[in-house]
Design a protein around this ligand. Structure first.
Ligand code: AMP
Ligand code: GLY
Length: 415
């Protein structure tokens, strides 16, 4: 099996590593990849879905695995429709579950899937009327893909009006922000659940907890996620019981709406008193969730993906290690705002044998590994006890260096 993975982050590094362990693999490419994926894949630079299709046809690729949301929302799956190359990922219409907050909320409302109450607006004046229907804090979300930056939690009317102005008058997200969802603020704790989607059937993986805020104590700007562990302690038997019918409703809705794709559905939950409500859908693996979920998977990922595409994947096809997994992300100082790239990284080779370092944003240039983005490396380990694992991770972080290396100190402290 000749496989092409699309993407260049920690998520794709983790996908490539897991795919490289499959007995079925004969050749692995990654576009664009990073200095980490070079360990098991040949990196290629393909700049558009057209270039990807062309490369896949010329290089006898059998399977394309799509990491990020942008190529999915642009319709990469549909582009391959008339070929015999398999693509693992949502088609363009199904990708709206991530690409449009309004589309996702309407889907949840229609199929009675628990989520925050909301109204959708398309102008500042409409928004100013609608905010009066809510109490504070309230949440305003730009409708489209905004690289994780389109959500604002507003503490008062002044902040809400200011954000509506930024979206509709200053157009800070361009076209992506010309529709907005205004919704009730949900209290509770967040949990991520990645599911394989097999012809509309949902087969959940192990749960995870992501750390979104940049500073310790859940403070500061929202990021893409700067630390993570799996499983999430909120996933007790009672919660699993209450999530089951939610997954069934989603699956029923996907089939009813002709959205029965094969790929990933990432569900972001807010949990309070074992009651799940859905914050968001993504149609891709999460980052950093993938870096802590895939290392725990025993099943052959190519097998699982092939079954998912055939529509035959069953819960029994997924087997898991007993070990837990945790990762702490080393970031460039300043992330998620302004930060510098191009810093030389040293010491990765010195980490202990039971530590694995995934690359989020790195490049290999002139025989050196350089930082190439805000999230740089994910220092990861498996083990049986989170407290012991976090000690080992933080000890090993000291062995890795680059200028202005920054990281949270409170990953895995479970309260
Ligand atoms: P989203 O992209 O919709 O997941 O939103 C990004 C982050 O904003 C979430 O991970 C939550 O931390 C927060 N958030 C989004 N919607 C809500 C809500 N209705 N209530 C509370 N927090 C929210
Ligand atoms: N870690 C959250 C995401 O991948 O969107």
């Amino acid at each position: 099996m000749r496989v092409l993975v699309i993407g260049n982050g920690g998520r794709e590094d983790a996908i490539c590593k897991k795919i490289s362990e499959s007995k079925k693999l004969t050749k692995l490419y990654c576009s664009e990849g990073n200095a980490g994926t070079l360990r098991y894949a040949e990196n290629v630079k393909l700049k558009s879905n057209d270039e990807i299709l062309d490369f896949a046809e010329k290089n006898n690729i059998n399977l394309v695995i799509v990491g990020p949301e942008v190529p999915l929302c642009e319709g990469i799956k549909d582009k391959f429709d008339n070929t015999n190359i398999k693509v693992f990922g949502a088609d363009k219409e199904s990708a709206k579950l991530e690409g449009s907050k309004d589309f996702a909320k309407e889907f949840m409302l229609k199929y009675n899937i628990p989520t925050a109450k909301y109204e959708t607006v398309t102008s500042k004046s409409e928004g100013e009327k609608v905010i009066k229907h809510f109490t504070y804090p309230l949440v305003i979300k730009a409708d489209g893909l905004c690289a994780g930056k389109g959500v604002k939690i507003c503490q008062n009317e002044l902040e809400a009006k200011e954000y509506l102005k930024e979206l509709f008058e200053e157009k800070i997200f361009g076209q992506e922000g010309t529709t907005a969802v205004i919704e009730e603020f949900l209290e509770g704790k967040e949990a991520s659940l990645l599911c394989f989607v097999s012809d509309g059937n949902l087969i959940p993986m192990e749960s995870a907890r992501d750390y979104k805020r940049i500073y310790d104590g859940d403070k500061g700007e929202n990021t893409g996620g700067v630390g993570c562990y799996s499983p999430n302690e909120l996933f007790n038997e009672d919660l699993k019981k209450s999530i089951k019918p939610v997954l069934e409703k989603i699956s029923y809705g996907l089939k009813q709406e002709n959205l029965a794709y094969s790929g990933i559905l990432f569900i972001g939950f807010m949990i309070k008193n074992n009651e799940p409500k859905i914050l968001e859908f993504n149609v891709r693996f999460g980052d950093p969730e993938t870096e802590v979920v895939l290392p725990r998977m025993e099943s052959d990922l190519i097998d699982v993906i092939e079954k998912s595409i055939e529509g035959t994947l069953k819960a029994e096809d997924l087997t898991w290690k007993k070990d837990k997994c945790m990762t702490v992300i080393l970031t460039s100082k300043g992330y998620p705002l302004k930060y510098e790239k191009g810093k030389e990284i040293s010491g990765i080779e010195n980490v202990d044998e039971d530590i694995y370092v995934y690359h989020n944003n790195t490049e290999f240039k002139n025989n050196k590994i350089l930082s190439a983005g805000g999230r740089v490396l994910s220092v990861t380990t498996l083990g049986s006890d989170f407290e012991e694992m976090r000690k080992r991770i933080y000890k090993n972080i000291e062995k890795i260096n680059f200028e202005n290396k920054t990281f949270k100190k409170d990953i895995g402290i479970i309260k």
